[in-house]
Each structure stands twice: as C-alpha cells, then as structure tokens.
Design a protein around this ligand. Structure first.
Ligand code: BES
Ligand code: ZN
Length: 590
C-alpha cells in the first residue's frame, strides 16, 4: 500500500479513477447538493478503492451493473476528512456513489441575496484548491490523479450555472434548469469549479468573455478588455493555449482569493475592478496557470513551488511583454522585497521549514502552510537558472519542460532530473540543493532592483504635495504607504486623508495600505471604514493585514474579535477558519 500524497487517501496500488460523471442538484433552501458521482476506472478492476470525502453523507455505492457494492465510511480525520473505502467486485468498470453534501462543505460558499451585488438572488460558488474537492465529490483528491469529467447541474430556473468546463447546453423543466458540461482534458481535482447565480456576460475577444452579476458586468468588461493580447503573449512564450476558451468570472466580494485558475473559467475577486486596469496582473497570473499548473502541476502540496513559482515567473514575462520592462522590473523588485519579508517572518517565528522550496507537509493543512514563499522563492530560483544560461535558452527549456510533462503532475525530483538532463551542470553551479531543501534565501540569489522602486524608497515621509501625489501610480502609492514609519501623528493622518481621500480610494491595494498605517497610528477616524471593509470583502489578502493591524495593538484586539464575531457568518469557510485561527492565536499570546 502506498499513499504518496500527504493530504489524500489515494493509494497508488488501487485502481485509478480516469473520469467522473457528476450529477448534482443545487438546493439553496437546505444548502446542500444532492449528487451522484460515477467514477470510471482507467481499466476494469477489483479489490479495494479508497476515496477522499469530507462531510459527505453517503447513501449508496453501486457498480456498473447496478449491484450494491460494499463500502465503509471511516471516521473523519483532521485535515484529510473521512476515507471512503469501497470493495470493488472483480471486473468493475465504474462505481456510482450517491450522496449529499453538508451545508458547511468546505469547498462551497452559499450566499444570501444580501451578499450579492444585485441583492435579489442567492449565489453559490466552489473553491476546491487545495483539498476541498472532496467536500463536494468523493474522489482520489490528489493532483497526481488527473481526471476528465462530464457534469450536469440542476439549478433554479431564475439562475444560471457556470462550470470550468465546455458548456453543452441548458434545458428548462418546470422551475429548474439542467445545465451540462464536459471537460475533455484531464485535470487535477482541485480544478473542479462551478458557480450558480444571477449572471450575465460580455464578449472580450474571440475566445474570452467575462461573466458577473448584471450590475457589475460592464465595469468588468472595461477592466479586462485587453485579455486577448495577454493570451497571445502567453502563447508566444509557452505554445498554443490548450483550453480552448479563457473566460473570466467576477465573483461576489466574499471570494477569498485574488484569482483562481479554474480551466476555461478563471474566478477573480471583484476587488480587481479598480477602474484603472491596475490589477490586471492577477489575470496574467491566472492565465499563466493555463501552462504552469493546469498543464503541468505539482504532484502534491509539498511541490507547490513548481506550480506557483513557475506561474509567478510566467506572469512577470506576460506583464513585460504587454506593459514593458519598466513595469515588469518594478513588479519583480516588489516580489523580491515581499520574499525577504516573508522569509524573515518565518525564520523569526521558528517556521523556517516553510521557507524551503520543497516542504514537508505530513500533518500540516495546506491552507495553513500557504504563503508567498513558493511563489517568490520559486520565481527567484528559476531566475537563477535563467541567469546561468541566458533568456533564449531558458525560454526553449521552459517550452520543452511544458511539452515533456504536459497533462502531468510532477515532483521536485522529476523537475531536477529534467533540468540536469537538459542543462547538465547548471544545478550544481547555482547550489540547487540549498535552494530546494535549505531554509532562507541562498546568498548567491540574484539581486533584483528597479529604478522606480529606488525612487519611491527615496521619497521623504512628509505629506506629499498635491502634484507629487497625483504623479504617483497606485503601485507607487502603495509602496510608499507601506514604508511610512508608524505611528504618524493624527494631524499627519488627517492631512494626507484630506488631500488624497485614501479612505475612500477605489483601489483596494492603496486603501488597505492606508488603513493599516492609520490603525497603527491610532487614527480612529478610519475605524468605520475598516469595519465596513472587513464586513464586505472576503479576500484574505486584505483581511489578513487589517485583522493583523487591529490585533497588533492591545487597544484594538477586542475590536478585532467583536468585528469578526459580527461579520464572520458572511465569510467563506476557508477565510473564516484562517481568521479565527489568527484571532485565537493573538488572544492566547495576550
Ligand atoms: N491558485 C492560486 C490561488 C490558491 C492557492 C487558492 C492555493 C487556494 C490554494 C492563484 O493562482 C493565485 O496565486 N492567486 C493569487 C493571485 C496572484 C496574482 C498571486 C491571489 O489570490 O492573490
Ligand atoms: Zn497562482
């Protein structure tokens, strides 16, 4: 018996599930999916088959001849969930599992109409990465096990279902509609994704449209108008786009991430709609995953850097192709700074293990281990390789890497063996083992600087003149605000907010940097806005620093807890868990 993935019961001595046929009825009143998952095996087989489940109520398991198949649903274990072990009769081709999901399934967020832009209809969406697919489908929930699928969702007729898959049609029957899809390319289970709501779309280009609630969709279409150029830039770097369409779904504000690279239908936070196209790099990032990640992914979460490190690298290259070297250089320098900060924090808090590229995650929840390190250290490591061989050879190497492992899921060792084969000796020159298994950042790491970052770093900390402030981009504002020493006097805070109205900025990056600075300065005038943001935006990138700023000061710790208690019902299950953990930790530390 071999379980290779630290977060899955999938056993590589058991038959492999090759495809899924999923039928699910969406019931907003009970907040459940009533579903049948038919798992087709790669070849007829018998014997044990272990599946991952979390909070699923299993009604029955039957084989392809309709016979009941014996199964055991084991007690739930932390992180994993409950193992469903099935005893397959010899020669089984497929098994059908009938089940119901729990109202608090970790992959789902069920929204009341009041939590949507339109305020009239409910909304439902999934977020399966890293290991939440098992809370909506019994599967071998490891990225090692890629599957194709077909799916049918039954939704209320007033709503529309969307799935990260090829759409096959919609049939209305009474007060419901049945919508169908298929996914011909094999995907890791973490890329299963769907949403149900009052949704409208606008065309963006020959292979892209944007979906959002009707009142948001025009703004979204403007913000993402350049997406086709991005796809073209990605293809020039990494070869033909393999997923046919690149559509975008703008989520409700509680979406916990900036973006999620669901194939054919990237999910993004509405905080990208800044009205200035300043956040489109998130689109470049999710698009880059069409190659790094969705085509070649990590075998399990210990090799997550292969997924996000490559994607950060490709994101920067796409931005460079579209916006020029200046923007890309500034971004790269910011990434380097973020990495240094994250590494210092982990080393100080005794979590140096999380600064390795290859991590050890047995017993650790991937949502808890999530950080910027695999993104930025991974990107920097790839830069170190590029530095040895030059960009032309590196680009050819990247293409061959993607070709070689196309539709695969690989480990760090497989990557290293490939590099050694293609670029003999390079790993030794850059001290690869120190990068991969060492803590911190090797002293030989490339230094990355940018004139525009140096210029912001040289700015004084007095309240900028109107002209200086107007000349700053939102990124520069953000960088400067992060550097301003704290606390600042209330008069300073009042003066800057009077002049530039940062509290009501439409750009969330700027707003949150300002609110943090203001909170650290004890400038209480911003508290109502902090409460409003914490109660209406679920993107963890913003929740983390705002709760962090409140928890950092004795005077506002209680406020952090009170706000959380009041608004947490509207948070996504993942955000709820992560923020509750932070608050409990802060209170335990006193
Ligand atoms: N796949 C990630 C989001 C993710 C990672 C979800 C791990 C669940 C577990 C996505 O591609 C991502 O990295 N999003 C970033 C955007 C970005 C530009 C780095 C985000 O959400 O901030
Ligand atoms: Zn990513």
């Amino acid at each position: 018996m071999a379980r290779l993935d630290p977060h899955s019961y999938a056993d590589d001595t058991h038959p492999r599930v090759a495809s899924l046929d999923w039928e699910a009825g969406v019931d907003f009143s009970s907040r459940t999916l009533e579903a049948v998952a038919t798992l087709e095996l790669a070849a007829p087989a018998g014997g044990p088959l272990d599946l991952d489940t979390r909070d699923l109520a299993i009604a029955s398991v039957t084989d392809d001849r309709g016979r009941a198949v014996p199964f055991t649903l084991h007690p739930a274990e932390p992180i994993f969930g409950a193992r469903l072990s099935i005893e397959l009769p010899e020669g089984t081709r497929s098994v059908a599992v009938r089940y119901r999901t729990a109202p608090d399934a970790s992959a789902l967020q069920w929204l009341e109409p009041a939590q949507t832009a339109g305020g009239k209809e409910p909304y439902l969406f999934s977020q399966c990465q890293a290991i939440h697919a098992r809370s909506i489908v019994p599967v071998q929930d490891s990225p090692r096990n890629r599957i194709t699928f077909t799916a049918r969702l039954t939704v209320p007729k007033a709503l529309r279902g969307l799935m990260a898959a090829a759409f096959d049609g919609r049939e209305e029957q009474g007060d419901v509609a049945v919508e169908s899809w298929h996914m011909p390319q094999p995907i890791p289970p973490y890329l299963l994704a769907f949403a149900v709501g009052d949704l409208a779309s606008r065309e963006l280009g020959p292979r892209s449209r944007v979906w959002a609630e009707p009142s948001v969709v025009d703004k979204a279409a403007w913000e993402f108008a350049d997406v086709d150029q991005m796809i073209t830039a990605g293809e020039a770097l990494y070869g033909a786009y393999a997923w046919d369409r690149f559509d975008i779904l703008v989520m409700p504000p509680s979406f916990p991430y900036g973006g999620m690279e669901n194939p054919r239908l990237t999910f993004v936070t509405p905080t990208l709609l800044a009205g200035d196209r300043s956040q489109v790099r998130v689109i470049a990032h999710e698009l880059a995953h069409a190659w790094s990640g969705n085509l070649v992914t990590n075998a399990d979460a210990e090799h997550f850097w292969l997924n996000e490190g490559w994607t950060r690298y490709a994101e920067l290259r796409i931005v460079e192709a579209l916006e020029g070297e200046g923007d890309a250089a500034l971004m790269a320098a910011i990434c380097r700074r973020d990495l240094d900060e994250a590494v210092a924090r982990f080393l100080e808090s005794g979590q140096g293990g999380l600064t390795r590229l290859r991590t050890h995650l047995w017993g650790i929840d991937p949502d808890e281990a999530f950080s910027t390190v695999p993104y930025e250290k991974g990107n920097l490591f790839l830069h170190a390789i590029e530095g040895q061989i030059g960009r032309t050879r590196f680009d050819a190497f990247a293409k061959k890497y993607l070709d070689t492992f196309r539709f695969g899921s690989i480990t760090t060792d497989q990557f290293l063996a490939f590099v050694e084969g293609e670029l003999p000796g390079v790993l030794a020159t850059i001290d690869a083992p120190v990068w991969i298994d060492g803590e911190g950042i090797p002293a030989s790491a490339p230094t990355i600087r940018a004139d525009r970052l140096d210029a912001v770093n040289a700015m004084p900390f007095d309240v900028p003149s109107v002209e200086t402030g107007k000349a700053l981009t939102s990124t520069e504002w953000n960088l400067w605000l992060e550097r301003v020493p704290r606390p600042q006097a209330p008069t300073w805070c009042a003066a800057i907010d009077d002049r530039f109205a940062l509290t009501t900025s439409g750009n969330m990056e700027v707003k949150v940097s300002w609110l943090r600075l203001a909170l650290a300065s004890g400038y209480d005038a911003v508290v109502p806005e902090v409460e409003r943001v914490l109660g209406s935006v679920g993107r963890m990138k913003y929740l983390n620093p705002l709760y962090g700023a409140l928890l950092a000061k004795k005077e506002t710790q209680g406020l952090a807890k009170a706000i959380f208690e009041r608004v947490q019902a509207g948070y996504h299950p993942i955000a709820k868990q992560v923020m509750r953990g932070r608050i409990e930790k802060a209170f335990a530390a006193g």
